[in-house]
Design a protein around this ligand. Sequence first.
Ligand code: ATP
Ligand code: MG
Length: 179
Amino acid sequence: MIRLFFGLELPGELRMRIAALASGIDRARWVAPENLHITLRFVGEVEEPAMEDLAGEAASIRFEPFPVTLSGAGHFERRGRVSAVWLGVEPDPALAALRDRIEAAAVRAGQPPEGRKFRPHVTVARLNQGRPGEVRDWLAANTLFRAVPFTVASFALFSSTLGRSGPNYRMECLFPPEG
Ligand code: ATP
Ligand code: MG
């Protein structure tokens, strides 16, 4: 079995800028700079042939390169506790269209449809417990975060290996705009 997701890489400069925000919440698990990304479609654990089907369907997706801008900060909760803090992605029709085409490709490849709403973001830290005050301060400090737009000129299928010191992502396939 291999754990997969479709996503976007971030430019190195942007990853460095985000990495500089990785402080101020005690016991947060900050995402390593090389792991910062935007998930377009989480797939989960699949067998090798399913991965080939996914890659095959995704390879037929064509799109025009488009700009993406990171903006704002937010958090996810699990059981009433903050489980992650993230930077937002400005809503964009081209991004939503790409994610919809990847969703359709995943379904054609035999994956169950994703029922959850697409909420694009860049996870900056995961938390088991964190002091609410520190989380609030981090969010307040980054609510005006705004990055220079970058151009999405490809998307990728990543594998994820969950290890003791955090996940390790590996790009398995890169999909260019021309399909
Ligand atoms: P860890 O699970 O060890 O905290 P991780 O969440 O980064 O690490 P994965 O669980 O393999 O690693 O997830 C890979 C990517 O997919 C991450 O961006 C994660 O936020 C996202 N993701 C994981 N599970 C889901 C899900 N059920 N729905 C949507 N996105 C998900
Ligand atoms: Mg996870």
